[in-house]
Design a protein around this ligand. Sequence first.
Ligand code: GLY
Ligand code: MN
Ligand code: MN
Length: 442
Amino acid sequence: MHRLFEHHIQTLRARFDRILADAGLDALLLGSGTAPRRFLDDTQYPFRAHPPFVQWLPHLTEHPGSWLLLRPGQMPVLYLYCPDDFWHQTPEAPNGDWTTEFEIECFADTGALNALFQGLGRTALIAATHPAFARDDWAHNPAELMTRLDFERAAKTGWELHCLRRANQIAVQGHIAAEQLFMAGASEYAIHQGYLAATAHNERDLPYDNIVALNRHAAVLHYQFQQRQVQPERHTLLIDAGAAHHGYAADITRTHAADKESAFAGLIFALDEAQRALLPQVRAGVDFVDLHLQMHRSLAQILRDSGLVNASVEAQLEQGITRTFFPHGLGHLLGLQVHDVGGWQQDASGSLRQPPAQHPFLRLTRTLQPGFVVTIEPGLYFIPSLLDRLRQSHGGEAVNWGQVDALMPYGGIRIEDNIAVTDEGCENLTRDAFAAAGREGF
Ligand code: GLY
Ligand code: MN
Ligand code: MN
């Protein structure tokens, strides 16, 4: 494992040296960040370390106030904030294998940084807030530099892939527990608690808030509550829940039907098949926008085959019918952030390619390259507000509304896997993790 990490740091050093040289910089400071305070309160939001810092220091995700100093050709120096603070647990000097890649200095007083950072030359820093020790002539979050860093973050190192694989293995334990709780009749809240226990995560460890949606709640794309009450009817569980390993995120969705013989279960099966059928095309050189549009074709076929829509695939696409049932994007980059940066960026200088006007929520418009990790997450939902609009439009005439109305209580379906693009094709981090946990084909 240490080899992987060493190689990761070597890759980052070469990458950052190049980028700093091009930007004419002598030094770059990456801040770990601080936990913001709540308004009119003396409590703080949970701390989330800045991603550029975590990429270098994935073992230090709980260390506010620290800085990493990068200078071309020199060993990175970690200034670890170890305040004299009897209210909180303060860090001790770290001693894992990984520390051999850094010089490490502990400091207790931020004032000391003024002296430590004298004479750095042309310097930039990346952090949410401008620290008091920064000189006026230092660049704070310079856009050109950030854009280059964001662009290059898409292709993961072997270490990063290892972390993403591991995050998937952890999340899968939660998904298996969640399904069992759903089948036993648990509430959204109880399923969420079971998920946390099975993944050994606290809420603040999660890369994003779990979406635990029963029945009609599955039609709310980012459903944010967890009802305590057990529901009298049990149709659907849509659970979109991740896990983190050294700051790297899994982002997995599974949809379960209580009645495996129902028409809704048939739709889950059909969408799952369509999702898997797309995976051989997730490979280097493929335009992600094309994959998204292809999934709309597959969905149109499902809607037609199931009798929900009586119109050809072409007619459905022309009239935007599939966008009513699948209003979000097929997927996004994944890494240190669940929606990783740079999804619309076409080059290191930051040219953007917006998604097609009809598909504004597609977060990824890049051509896939080896090392990219993306989600593939088609959906098929019964969203009342969108269906109302369709009902009133010309396209509404082709819809079998009786069948749609019967499916409304089921909410919807999303199936989401995390896929690494390789030299040969792709690796399904999620289904591999399910298979390793004894859930082949899940
Ligand atoms: N969990 C948010 C998403 O799937 O993009
Ligand atoms: Mn996602
Ligand atoms: Mn998700």
